[in-house]
Design a protein around this ligand. Sequence first.
Ligand SMILES: C[S@@+](CC[C@H](N)C(=O)[O-])C[C@H]1O[C@@H](n2cnc3c(N)ncnc32)[C@H](O)[C@@H]1O
Length: 219
Amino acid sequence: MNVDINNPWTWHWGSRYGESLKINIALQGYLAELIESGRLGHIVVDVGSGKSCPIKDVIRDTGARLINVDIAAHENLSNDSQLFIKLDAEKILDANSLEVKEAIKRVSRFLDIDCTKSKDVEPVDTFLLSEIINYIDYQAVIKSGLKWLKPGGRIVIINEPKRGLEDEFSDKGPINNNEVINFLESLGLVIEVADYTNSTANIKIPQALSMMVLVAQKK
Ligand SMILES: C[S@@+](CC[C@H](N)C(=O)[O-])C[C@H]1O[C@@H](n2cnc3c(N)ncnc32)[C@H](O)[C@@H]1O
């Protein structure tokens, strides 16, 4: 693995971050059920995807078309089943920016759907945000992304409010898990699942600050 020490993202991008935890999350509980029953859908967008993550592997194995968006993405890793887009997720706040327009064109080609013309295209079945919301203005990003989510589609968030590279955290990241739930509900999303798990075996973390797997559905 090539690690550029001046760019902290390369640590996450290149490595399988929190692998055993992710394997548990992907293979057990509601998320596994969602994947196995096919309710995760055919078009999944993984925001802050990293390069390889067990959850992503499981999703890809279902045959879903996977669109990975990451600020440090290596776009040449794209193939027929998954697309990698190098993009700062916060850029989607400006739908007219060149980067976003270019990204939408690439997605259109990948999906063989013209996402550039109609304002009403809602192709995405599931948005996955795994260990990314601490680093971005997550409320603004989710609000902007919602227009691409199908009615009945889902947002899956996996996050622990204080876990990660704290120096890189956004001041618009979540203070605690309740804030995330309240925000999604304020957008009219229905919380299907909020599961809590300990990311660190020996330390008991209160529920509002522990690792959370959240599934919210757009009605
Ligand atoms: C903690 S890693 C999580 C990787 C993977 N989703 C996982 O759960 O293992 C955070 C990832 O978010 C990416 N990232 C950080 N800030 C970002 C931003 N503003 N836009 C898009 N990706 C970002 C990093 O490059 C990194 O790959």
